[in-house]
Design a protein around this ligand. Structure first.
Ligand code: NAD
Length: 289
């Protein structure tokens, strides 16, 4: 299948490479020369504009930094320029309103579009083990599923347009809040004189258990290997957690939902990032507790 891929950064670079490995003819575009050179090394054909990359494409996949960029790439250069039967898949994490607005603009021009944000970081993007949460019609999902399956281990239909983004930000709001709660508990346990491995052995089998504890323990040397064992480098940057929490707060405000824990998590990550930790893994917030 001829697939245009827009946005070949930390995530998109590996995802495009996995589409090539699955036998697709990938036509890539990124504003960065370096990202384009990497894509070429991974077997993508490279182009100098979005419009050139989407010529003749049967599908267009994007992995871009934010909603404003997604809006401008699709509305200026994809819609009306890709073939009318091309399926559009935006895998970026963006706000629900923009996802719905762009999908509506695509539908008005006759395109099927899905929002398909991912769970899993750069390692999962490289390894083809992302989880995709997909918003769009049943028919669009059916067409999107085999394309996404080449880049992930799970592809789940979340509902209509925007539902993928809604699922993503609700999930990451849980993640942000549980990570902070887990960090607090380990910091308190230590001050109370508990051995942290012993506390892990107890809590990981008791009601305090969470993904933040048993899959991504913020304490070095405790639990499975995690960024904590690597000086809080790699993994999921605090700046990206903050981005997702801000999207969750915006969405909550737009529908009048009460999210006090999510709000507090956003405040704490804001301070953590501002103290020079934007690039630090989000579990590194334990250092500030
Ligand atoms: P990144 O900054 O590494 O990559 C984004 C790429 O988009 C860059 O290469 C940039 O040059 C390119 N770009 C920007 N504007 C463009 C335009 N107008 N046209 C073409 N290319 C353009 O970011 P990333 O880490 O790959 O994240 C991409 C998306 O994935 C974000 O929405 C992020 O929230 C989401 N995400 C990231 C992670 C992670 O761990 N990094 C995990 C889950 C989801």
């Amino acid at each position: 299948m001829k697939i245009a891929f827009i946005g070949l950064g930390n995530m998109g670079g590996g995802m495009a490479a996995n589409l090539v490995k699955a036998g697709h003819d990938v036509h890539a575009f990124d504003l960065s020369e370096e990202a384009l050179a990497r894509a070429a090394d991974n077997g993508c054909a490279t182009y100098t504009s979005v419009r050139d990359a989407v010529q003749g494409a049967e599908a267009v996949v994007s992995m871009l930094p934010n909603g404003k960029i997604v809006d401008s790439v699709y509305c200026a250069d994809v819609i009306g320029h890709a073939p009318a039967n091309a399926l559009l898949l935006d895998c970026s994490t963006i706000d629900v309103d923009t996802a719905r607005r762009v999908a509506d603009a695509a539908a008005a021009a006759g395109y099927a579009m899905v929002d398909a944000p991912v769970s899993g970081g750069i390692a999962a993007a490289n390894g083809g083990t992302l989880t995709f949460m997909v918003g769009g019609t049943g028919a669009a999902f059916a067409k999107a599923e085999p394309i996404l399956a080449a880049m992930g281990k799970a592809v789940i239909h979340a509902g209509a347009s925007g539902a993928g983004q809604a699922a993503k930000i609700c999930n990451n709001m849980i993640l942000g809040a549980t990570m902070i709660a887990t960090c607090e508990a380990f910091a308190l346990a230590e001050k109370l004189g508990l051995d942290l491995q012993t506390f892990y052995d107890i809590s990981s089998k008791a009601s305090g258990q969470s993904w933040s504890m048993t899959s991504y323990c913020p304490v070095p040397g405790v639990g499975p290997a995690s960024p904590a064992d690597n000086g809080y480098q790699g993994g999921f940057a605090a700046a990206l957690m903050l981005k997702d929490l801000k999207l969750a707060m915006e969405a909550a405000q737009s529908v009048g939902a009460k999210v006090p824990m999510g709000h507090r998590a956003e405040e704490l990550y804001e301070v953590f990032a501002a103290e020079g930790n934007s690039a630090t893994d989000f579990s590194g917030i334990i250092k500030s507790l």
